[in-house]
Design a protein around this ligand. Structure first.
Ligand SMILES: *Cc1c(COP(=O)(O)O)cnc(C)c1O
Length: 451
């Protein structure tokens, strides 16, 4: 046994003894030669055996500019010489203020206030609580319910799961969750009819829900343009704008969860920018710090903020806060992250690379067991099916998505499946040559495993 191999075994043993991995069936994982990462370099991960892989989902959708970016490393070191953390509860700090100003500057018009937290799920919870309390201050305390989308994913805390729509999580935690009105997110591939009909049906459902329960609804929460964890399902063009219009018509708040889509993933800075949508509340996380540190944010309009702005005895304070809110190291690296977007033409690169990627993905779309390849910018889902003509899925116990990802990993690319949808979320910084190589690996893995 080589030195590297025995080191691997020692760490695997620690994993077995001490670590419970998130979203992971430990029995399956521990018997499946888990990846133990030691280093990252650009678009690559290097495990403790020294094997190099493409980080094909940007470390679960976080990392835009690559691992080990000097500018980001330096920003943290510089901030560290000042201070690592002090509280934002009744106080403020320099990088948190600078970052709030920058976020207001780049997000859709009207979003003028930033409330920090430390995960996408927390940002969603905060958005829901702000919306709920907002209506109380406005004297409309009947507005306590949310409309959310079937198959949605907004994070794993109780409130975030409540507005989520993934059946598996709902079945498990049902009695802990608060009820919401669920409407359909358009899924043209699985709809009997045209894309236009699919969009129309989903909008009609939303409108009906607003008409029937409008005066009890606090807000509509949606993943703009792409339902990520639900299987990379993409809204037909114009749908989001219609959702915004319906929210305005019925006087309810629109909450856009941009945790996955934000910061250039879809080709614009935010998914809402594609259709000039201005939500009342927007949640941000994931790429906000360049994939470095856990900072998330919930942005709101002045109208919402002002409804809480009152003398203390009026009891209109927003009663919410986390220990690490506004963490200086996180905010400092987020600022350096935004500098890279600004200085290096990241969006232009994403747009050009998206077009290149679309061409290269054709070889995958033609494979016998690929039902649909969906792409918005660099957000890509490959839906595997047992039969292309009938669109029949594989039986769940086959685990086809997992098998394909396992093979891709052997070939040097890491990604995770969502059921039988292979997610491909390359880093924004990916070069054309790297893209070509990654797509070749995916094509080979799918072709070999689905025969
Ligand atoms: C990942 C994700 C979340 C949850 O973010 P965490 O930081 O993992 O809590 C929320 N909403 C969407 C759309 C996401 O993709």
């Amino acid at each position: 046994m080589t030195e590297r191999e025995s080191r691997y075994d020692a760490y695997l043993e620690k994993n077995r003894r001490y670590l419970w991995n998130p979203f992971t069936q430990m029995k399956e994982y521990l018997h499946d030669e888990p990846l133990i990462v030691e280093r990252g370099e650009g678009t690559k991960l290097i495990d403790i055996k020294g094997k190099v892989y493409y980080d094909g989902n940007a470390s679960v959708w976080l990392n835009p500019h690559g691992h080990g970016r000097k500018e980001l490393n330096d920003a943290i070191k510089e901030q560290l010489d000042q201070i690592a953390h002090s509280t934002l509860l009744g106080a403020a700090n320099v990088p948190a203020l600078d970052l709030a100003e920058r976020l207001v500057g780049i997000t859709p018009a009207g979003l003028n206030k930033v409330f920090y937290s430390d995960s996408g799920a927390a940002a969603v919870e905060i958005g829901l609580k702000i919306a709920y309390q907002y209506w109380q201050h406005r004297g409309e305390s009947k507005r306590t319910t949310f409309i959310s989308m079937k198959n949605a994913y907004h994070g794993d805390t109780i409130g975030a799961v409540s507005v989520g729509g993934m059946d598996l999580f709902h079945a498990t935690f049902e009695k802990m969750l608060f009820p919401t009105e669920k409407v359909s997110y358009p899924y043209p591939y699985r709809f009997q009819g045209t894309e236009a009909e699919c969009m129309h049906a989903a909008l009609a459902e939303l409108e009906q829900s607003l008409q029937q329960n409008g005066e009890c609804i606090a807000g509509v929460i949606v993943e703009p343009l792409v339902q990520g964890a639900g299987g990379m399902i993409m809204m037909p063009a114009g749908f989001l704008k219609k959702v915004e219009e319906l929210c305005r018509d019925h006087g309810v708040l629109l909450i856009a969860d941009e945790v996955a889509t934000g910061f250039g993933r879809t080709g614009e800075m935010f998914a809402c920018d594609h259709e000039e949508v201005s939500p009342d509340i927007m949640t941000l996380g994931k790429k906000l710090t360049g994939g470095y540190l856990p900072v998330a944010a919930t942005l709101t309009t002045d109208e919402i903020y002002d409804a809480f702005y009152a003398d203390p005895h009026e009891m209109k304070t927003f009663f919410h806060g986390h220990s690490y809110t506004g963490n200086q190291l996180g905010c400092a690296v987020a600022l350096a992250n935004l500098d890279i977007y600004e200085n290096e033409g990241v969006l232009e690169h994403v747009q050009a690379l998206s077009r290149f990627t679309a061409k290269k993905l054709r070889q995958i779309a033609e494979l016998e067991h690929v039902g649909e390849v969906r792409q918005k910018g660099l957000m890509i889902g490959i839906e595997l099916v047992a039969d292309r003509t009938s669109k029949a899925p594989y039986p769940a116990d086959v685990g086809m998505g997992k098998k394909v990802c396992r093979r891709a990993r052997q070939l040097g690319l890491i990604t995770r499946p969502l059921g039988d949808v292979i997610t491909f979320m390359p880093m924004l910084v990916t070069s054309e040559a790297e893209m070509e190589e990654m797509i070749a690996i995916l094509a080979q893995a799918i072709a070999e495993v689905t025969v």
